[in-house]
Design a protein around this ligand. Structure first.
Ligand SMILES: C[S@@+](CC[C@H](N)C(=O)[O-])C[C@H]1O[C@@H](n2cnc3c(N)ncnc32)[C@H](O)[C@@H]1O
Length: 217
């Protein structure tokens, strides 16, 4: 378990980061082009209701709002949410403070759930993905971006050092582990794409999955 998979430690960390977050973190780890390419894989309709889990300062919601009317953002950190809510262009989004592992929404509320760069901090990723599944309508979609567990490189000691640090701090998974993870939370048809920022093109795993039409999974 990564050191930052502790809910209170994560909350304190993102409370502290909030004032400078937008200037540093998205461009470093979750750049606009990466987020947009992932969102483009979704089949969104303008009337869809979408939930962004771990929405932070609203970077992802900014991409989603051009495609759909109703975006809800949930995050553990109030200061992150306050930054998001203060952005004039996000005035139509609804923000809630809460934990991914206990979503404060009724069953089958959303057409789609997205979560970018948040699963790495979740204390119980399977439970959180089960919660995401519960609040999604039958036939709905999941988009999840997390850290890829890369194989050790025989020629790149810098990457191996980065991965050693990431392993100590975060929850990570490779394609196979990602498939097991989303399936065990009830999702079907997972697909994965390895992606990442310019300095780490294999740092990120972008996963999509579906909620079965019957809702029986
Ligand atoms: C790296 S930021 C990503 C923010 C945003 N998705 C983006 O792309 O800019 C991770 C966010 O996940 C939130 N987070 C971490 N653990 C969470 C949890 N258990 N429940 C809800 N939000 C969580 C953090 O507070 C933080 O805002």
């Amino acid at each position: 378990m990564g050191a930052l998979q502790d809910t209170e430690a994560t909350r304190r960390w993102f409370n502290l980061l909030a004032p400078g977050y937008d200037a540093v973190v998205p461009s470093l780890f979750w750049p606009e082009s990466l987020q947009q390419a992932a969102i483009d894989r979704l089949e969104l309709a303008s009337a869809d209701r979408v939930l962004d889990i771990g929405c932070g300062t609203g970077e992802t919601i900014d991409h989603l709002r051009s495609e759909i009317a109703a975006v809800h953002g949930l995050d553990l950190s109030r200061p992150q949410l306050e930054t998001a809510a203060d952005k004039a262009h996000l005035e139509d989004a609804r923000f809630v403070c809460g934990d991914a592992c206990a979503l404060p929404y009724a069953d089958e509320t959303f057409d789609c759930v997205v979560s970018i760069g948040s699963i790495l901090y979740w204390s119980d990723p399977v439970e959180a993905l089960r919660e995401a599944h519960r609040v999604t309508k039958p036939g709905g979609e999941l988009l999840l971006l997390g850290f890829n567990r890369r194989s050790p490189s025989w020629w790149n000691p810098v990457q191996n050092a980065q991965d050693g640090i990431a392993e100590a701090l975060f929850f990570r998974y490779d394609r196979e582990e990602g498939t097991t993870l989303v399936r065990s939370a009830g999702w079907t048809d997972p697909t994965h794409e390895v992606t990442g920022p310019v300095w780490g093109p294999e740092l990120v795993l972008a996963t999509t999955a579906q909620k079965a039409e019957s809702g029986s999974h």
